[in-house]
Design a protein. Structure first.
Length: 536
């Protein structure tokens, strides 16, 4: 059995204690910044890629889907790879693959080559994030881990803030290749620093790879994420009841059963589900899943609203999100200090409450919403997110032994990824459904014989004739088309309002498992619960 506290645990054979933990943290932050930055930059580049390659929107979306799938598949295997080949070697390999993939993406000659090279990027990203987080948690004792994770969170939040802004600027002023080229120098610096600063650690014992578990988990994640991402795709005219969706979710279920059978019969499964015996780890993953569903599932709505309803450019949209990321970066270390001193429950309650309030404020968006009404909830959201990421990460791994950190980090990232995918699918479906309902409702209330309708048509007819000329009949048709277009826009905004209201409720629900966290502050050994035993 492990010692009652991780602080008292002696270093394992061959394990070195770092003399420069701050340099290690800075090294991990650089590559984390690069990985998250690229994901947010590519999100604003899809329209440009559609034009550049002459490809359909559905095909170009595989630039995101391909990356997401391989990224998710790499997450659960990252722990075994790090234990087998070493944390330093695995981390450097991840940064190298991501940097190489970025360079190849910028050299892509068609959409298919770009998708293939994005898969290379995804392999690297799937190693960098969980192994990087595991390295940070290994190097800092529990009483300092909250602050360390707070600074680690700065890299991710700064990337989220700068990604849309930088992406919009590069696309508007240069070329789409630049959104990948910016990663190359950052990746080279990250590799050099990792080689110079990190020391190697390998597990004393690494079991053989659970091949059956790996296959089962791969099929499960691929099926469920692919099914969720394509349920509302334009090509999938039959929606969630299509043959494609049925095949995806059936394969996903079979993969999960295969993994479960392997986990029961194998002494060393791919993902150590025994980690869920720790109450805080289990509850933290529930919070992460529901939070990912509510937060990341709704985060795609605001750019749609800004660009489709208010006519914002990608750069203007990115600038709206910039202060939010800055606030998150500023608050994250503060939340880390609070977590170290008083525990994670208080900052989590503050953060989730602020996040729910920010979503609730978007329930009244309209076609004439002022900039302040849009930006203020974003500021509140930025502060709330700063109070969430650090505490939930710290409490999740608070009692996990160092030998199982990579496993725990992989599970945390998988949970968040699946939660976000569920959210996008759920809210995307709600948006489409509500838009149809509101369009029918508004259209049914619009009578072509009503005085209001006739007055609107006469006014728009005169406007159309003055602006475009043409016959009276043509102007009448244009006036009616303008009315219908406005009706559709109103239905779209009303639908987004409903989804934001639902998202606020979902996020508020995550306060429930937070109440049941048993964690206590980490100042010394007082109040510590026994840690989970180290892996055999």
């Amino acid at each position: 059995m492990a010692n009652t506290t991780e602080i008292a645990r002696p270093l394992a054979a061959g394990e070195k204690k770092s003399s420069f933990p701050a340099m290690i943290l800075a090294t991990i932050m650089i590559s984390t910044f690069m990985a998250v930055l690229d994901a947010t930059i590519v999100n604003v580049a899809l329209a440009k890629l559609t034009v550049a390659f002459g490809a359909s929107t559905d095909l170009v979306e595989w630039v995101l889907t391909g990356y997401m799938l391989v990224f998710a598949v790499m997450l659960p295997t990252s722990g075994w790879i790090a234990d087998r080949f070493g944390y330093k070697a695995t981390y450097i390999a991840g940064v190298f693959l991501f940097t190489l993939g970025s360079l190849l993406c910028s050299l892509s000659w068609n959409i298919f080559s770009l998708i293939a090279f994005r898969i290379v990027q995804g392999m690297g990203g799937g190693l960098v994030q969980p192994v990087g987080m595991a390295i940070v948690t290994r190097e800092f004792p529990p009483e300092k881990r909250g602050l360390a994770l707070g600074f680690y969170g700065i890299a991710a939040s700064a990337s989220i803030a700068l990604g849309p802004t930088l992406g919009g600027y590069l696309i508007d002023n240069f070329s789409w290749q630049m959104i990948f080229d910016v990663n190359v120098p950052v990746g080279i610096i990250g590799i050099f620093m990792a080689y110079s600063v990190l020391h190697e650690h390998k597990a004393d014992f690494t079991p053989r790879l659970d091949v059956a578990g790996f296959i089962g988990m791969t099929v499960f994640l691929t099926g469920i994420l692919l099914g969720l991402s394509e349920g509302n795709a334009a090509w999938n005219t039959d929606g969630w009841g299509s043959t494609f969706e049925i095949v995806c979710f059936t394969a996903s279920g079979l993969g999960l059963v295969t993994y479960a059978m392997s986990a029961i019969s194998t002494k060393h499964p791919l993902l150590d589900l025994g980690l869920f015996k720790d109450r805080d780890f289990a509850l933290s993953n529930i919070v992460l899943f529901v939070f990912g569903l509510g937060m990341f599932g709704s985060v795609f709505l605001l750019p749609l609203y800004l660009q489709n309803s208010l006519g914002y450019t990608p750069l203007q949209t990115g600038l709206m999100f910039l202060p939010m990321g800055i606030l998150t970066a500023v608050v994250a270390p503060i939340a880390g200090i609070m977590t170290d001193r008083i525990g994670a429950r208080v900052p989590l309650v503050i953060g989730l409450s602020l996040l729910a309030v920010s979503m609730f404020q978007y329930r009244d968006l309209s076609l004439v919403s002022e900039r302040f009404a849009i930006s203020l909830p974003l500021y509140i959201r930025g502060v709330g997110m700063g109070f969430i990421f650090t505490p939930i990460s710290a409490v999740a791994i608070s009692q996990i032994p160092r030998t199982r950190m990579a496993q725990a980090s992989g599970i945390i990232n998988v949970t968040r990824q699946i939660g976000g995918s569920f959210g996008v699918a759920l809210f995307g479906t709600m948006l489409i459904r509500d838009q149809v309902i509101y369009s029918n409702t508004f259209g049914g209330a619009m009578s072509r014989f009503s005085p209001a309708f006739q007055n609107a048509v006469r006014g728009l007819t005169g406007f159309a004739q003055r602006v475009t000329g043409g016959t009276h009949a043509t102007a009448v048709n244009k006036a009616q088309a303008l009315l219908i277009s406005n009706l559709e826009k109103q239905a779209f905004v009303a639908s987004i309002d409903q989804v934001f209201l639902f998202a606020s409720i979902i996020i508020a629900v995550t306060l429930i498992p937070v109440v049941f966290l048993k964690e206590k502050h980490r100042n010394g050994n007082n109040g510590e619960r026994p840690a989970l035993p180290a892996a055999e």
